[in-house]
Design a protein around this ligand. Structure first.
Ligand SMILES: Nc1ncnc2c1ncn2[C@@H]1O[C@H](COP(=O)(O)OP(=O)(O)OP(=O)(O)O)[C@@H](O)[C@H]1O
Ligand SMILES: [Mg+2]
Length: 402
């Protein structure tokens, strides 16, 4: 091992953390003991699931709301409490949590049903059997116990993107095939338009009950942060203005508790790195910049090549001094860029859609301007700091080989 790496590790081990007591408590994977400001949602989910404790099949539930509003946390918490309660009684309830974004588990119908069987104690080969056979194995293992099974399909939109809604159609009708066991589904998404794209039959059976998780306001976020800060930081290391500021910044966007926690944790990390004895407003500002910077850079890295060529064209135009670009201006530069990097140019219509996508990601700003009786047009400008732009240019250059 090169000496420098050893030194880094050694210094890390020896360095005393001045500010953090338990950094993990400030990450979004941590599960807190209590969940402030979600009593109503917890009680609703619990009341819908309660009949399972007497052997009844609970209604399917569709849970939706913006990112970071506690959907996963609340659902897993109630699921866990339900299992605990059923262990004390005579009716066995099993709660299965699947994150549909997980690769190799929820990629195909086969893999998902095989995974469910495996969780219930029946291994199925990873490939090779006809799908009906895998379903049969799953039905058999379900029926071998008089289980009530609650399957939580988190990020269910990812599942439908991968498999279409046929799977959900079959899955919401699974009880017709079962003799003793019963299966309920909880689908969770932060895609607020997801339910509209489903086949109406799937939609009505999945959303027998619907629960909306609203964004948190700044005061609610402060309570959530206080609870985590007490666990995560040593006493007295946070200045008074820090928690209100993190909460206000996260509330300004869309009341996202994950973002509020990230701001607080990263502010702490920055203060610690700078050997400051206290976390202050200045560190929150720096955290905000760092998080946005990282988020944009990561999303630029994963853009398709065509969108990268488009973004490069916009940056080139801006560097030539053009402001308030229109789609037509960008398109002619884009055609040249395509020639340079041997890409087949997309139509102007398609480029216009990709411009909207970049706008939604916050990388550019596309403002619609009315031209009176000449209709409407868009004025497009990059929307990132110089620092982010330079980093973006490096990524685009190496990926497009320009
Ligand atoms: N009421 C709350 N009390 C304490 N922590 C919370 C609360 N709500 C959310 N959190 C925390 O915020 C983070 C995000 O919550 P969660 O993962 O449940 O959001 P989500 O609604 O599932 O978001 P997404 O749609 O992005 O999956 C987690 O770390 C969670 O612990
Ligand atoms: Mg979630």
């Amino acid at each position: 091992m090169p000496q420098s790496i050893q030194t880094i590790f050694q210094e890390f081990i020896e360095k005393k953390t001045v500010l953090f007591k338990d950094r993990d408590a400030l990450t979004s994977d941590f599960t807190p003991d209590t969940i402030p400001h979600r009593n109503k949602e917890i009680n609703t989910v619990a009341s819908i699931l309660a009949p399972s404790l007497k052997g009844g099949k609970p209604s399917n539930i569709f849970i939706y709301g913006m990112t970071g509003t506690g959907k996963t946390l609340v659902t897993r918490y109630v699921g866990c409490e339900l299992e605990k309660m059923s262990n004390k009684g005579t009716n066995p309830v099993k709660v299965i949590y699947i994150n549909c974004k997980m690769k190799k588990i929820a990629d195909t119908e086969y893999r998902l049903v095989a995974e469910l069987s495996r969780i219930l104690g029946q291994e199925v080969p990873i490939t090779g059997l006809p799908t009906e056979h895998v379903y049969q194995t799953f039905f058999n293992v379900l029926d071998s116990n008089n289980w009530i099974v609650v399957v939580i399909l988190d990020e269910i939109d990812a599942l439908v993107n991968k498999m279409g809604d046929d799977f959900l159609y079959n899955f919401t009708r699974i009880n017709q095939e079962l003799k003793r066991a019963k299966v309920s589904i909880i689908g969770i998404t932060n895609d607020l338009h997801f339910i509209d794209i489903l086949d109406p039959r799937v939609k009505s059976s999945l959303s027998e009950e619907e629960i909306l998780f609203s964004p948190y306001n700044a005061l609610e976020l402060q309570d959530i942060l206080k609870q985590r800060a007490e666990l995560g930081f040593k006493p007295g290391v946070i200045s008074d203005e820090v928690i209100p500021k993190c909460a206000a910044l996260a509330a300004q966007e869309h009341g996202d508790a994950r973002r509020a926690l990230d701001l607080l944790r990263v502010a702490g990390e920055i203060a610690e790195r700078e050997n400051d004895p206290k976390i202050t407003e200045k560190h929150v500002d720096m955290a905000l910049e760092k998080i946005d910077h990282d988020r944009i850079i990561e999303s630029v890295k994963s853009l398709p090549k065509q969108t990268k060529a488009l973004l490069w064209s916009i940056i080139e135009l801006e560097e030539k001094g053009q402001k308030n670009m229109q789609t037509g201006d960008i398109y002619s530069v884009y055609e040249d860029v395509c020639k340079e990097c041997a890409l087949h140019p997309l139509t102007q219509r398609r480029i216009s859609d990709l411009i909207s996508e970049l706008d939604m990601m916050g990388i550019i700003n596309a403002r619609i301007i009315s031209l009176g009786r000449y209709g409407r047009t868009r004025e497009i400008n990059p929307n990132v700091s110089e620092k982010v732009k330079n980093k973006m240019k490096d990524i685009l250059k190496s990926s497009l080989m320009i």
